[in-house]
Design a protein around this ligand. Sequence first.
Ligand code: GCW
Length: 721
Amino acid sequence: MNRYLIISILISLLLSTNVNAESGYDLWLRYTNIQEKSYHKFASRIFAEVCIDDTSATAGVISKEIAMGAKGMAGIDPVFSSAPGRKVSLLITTNPESLDMGHDFTTEDIGELGPEGFEIMFDDNKPEKTLIVAANTPAGALYGTFTLLRKIQTRTKEMRIPESSVPSISRRILNHWDNLDRTVERGYAGFSIWDWHRLPGYIDQRYIDYARANASIGINGTVLTNVNANALVLTAPYIEKVKALADVFRPYGIRVYLTARFSAPMEIGGMETADPLNPEVQQWWDKKAREIYQVIPDFGGLLVKANSEGQPGPHNYGRSHAEGANMLADAVAPHGGIVMWRAFVYSHESPEDRAKQANLEFEPLDGEFRDNVVIQVKNGPIDFQPREPFHPLFGAMPETPLALELQITQEYLGQGTSLAYLGPLFQETLRSYTYRPETHTTVAEIIDGTAYNHDLSVIAGVSNIGNDMNWTGHIFGQANWYAFGRFAWHHRLMQEKVAEEWTRMTFGSPDEILEPVMYTLLDSREAVVNYMTPLGLHHIMGRGHHYGPGPWVTGGRADWTSVYYHRADSSGIGFDRTSSGSNALAQYAPEIGEKWGNPETCPDKYLLWFHHLPWDYEMDSGNTLWEELCYHYDKGVGQVKEMIATWEQLEGDIDRQRYHHVEQLLAVQLQEARWWKNSCLLYFQQFSGMPFPADIEPVEGDLEEYREMKFPYAPGIRPSW
Ligand code: GCW
């Protein structure tokens, strides 16, 4: 063998044993070498001499990021300076007024960029065009820098590099459902990344990488703890640990928030009550807030789940949610903090349809909340299903800022084994028309504050992050973290664009990679809807762990059973939420009620959410409802088969490690899709009494066996379940 061959084999061996390179740890921030000559040349020129006209800690983050990007993508080490004036190729400045641009860039524009926006532009005045990233603050400059790096990573043409951007929503927050013992409720990517035991002394590199990843997509807040809260996190030793994290995150523009257990004054304060109208309880919270802010001056505020699923709250003392929220709001207000009070409140003791309960509880309180309270509402009225209509609270509380809570972790969409890109789900929710106050008002405009003129705007995503090497368990789960951040920053983005960005950054740009990965992403959520809960079915997953199908689940709390939601019987299937049923539809604007209230005009995707219809109901397609249901389940399985075939085209084009990871998980997903289809169709057939269409993949298996399957060690659940 010749010498050169041996050396090149050795080099490739060395490269392939670099664990981080292909484990997925680097997420979308891979900065791989640019192959295309023109882009390579452009990157080399831009990153040659970089001036960062800012002295904050964030400037250090910016220069490190640029150094990494320049080295990785163009193979160069930039020359950095901090004094503007001399000739540079890239100027990053937080003093935009000092620029002598002489063209359309004015101080006025800069004013409009606010505290987080940025502008990227070429200074045409200089012969060798300088690229400028200008912002009013270090955070704005950081977002501009990441945007520039993304543009180069995604091979945006030079002429399309200029951009001016301001976030649509001001607080873009991850919600971690992480417990202090490091288990993660509904977490499918290992244990919590917060190593509470070793904090504050030990700063895990993960914290820094986490902050970097979030900043790169504009996330500016993180609630560290589970909404099913543990009061201990509010004690002094934990506040010190939280401070250590806050210090790491600050230069990345990220603030920390915590969940507040409503009964904390009793659990850690030795008090007899947590009644929000009791002056001593109020004083306890005031003092607690002072203590937190003394240690963490930019602490974001508190997130609260009260009087829901066993959590304590103001109802325990006969007080309203407004009285509870306002007490906490008053405690944090002097320090600039906010309270995010969740609307996910329902009780099995109430005879009302669970889908109606949040509106019944919160609508009457509109106008009673303090200015620094935001009501955090899940995207739909039940619970993060593969598909739900938007929550009827959006548009129903004009006096109160409402936050949108999305679930990034795939509790109900296949958990850690399934590929389901949630961009379409996020987009569908954000763009839903509420008809309040105007015909064209969307959910996005309710939450960004423009519809009803609110300053406070919040979007939250329940995190899918854990200590797995690749962060999210399934590598494609990273796309959902990415998509949440991108939509939070700019809620009018197209989910296809987000998918393309993520794909190019994660796997590279050549067409032979881009097209198949995009195809797989874009079809995946609808595939899951089809094989789990088509035509508006919902909440028919396994009890407690929510893993796999469980349409037969009955007994115990009615609103935690499947039969409560699908209502299948010999007369038909679906939940009648029209005026002849629970009338949940009346909580929407009349235009929506009219359209969705009639099965002829209700979109198929919501049909069984709002209607109980006979098995032989004739669908638009000409099929009976039963046939249509069978075809949807079958289609879902077919879509997973196609995803597999598409993925197989990538063998050899994607590194072995990530290829094989996805290949194996897709095989599991296919088994799960068939399991869903077979068990649901066998179960529902008992009621329809109708045959399966001859042209679907045969329905196999034994219903009894499916019912008997147990998963005592499914991840993400509380030991008490
Ligand atoms: O989706 C349900 C989950 C619970 C969760 C709850 C909530 C944190 O099954 O695990 O509790 O919602 O959002 O509060």
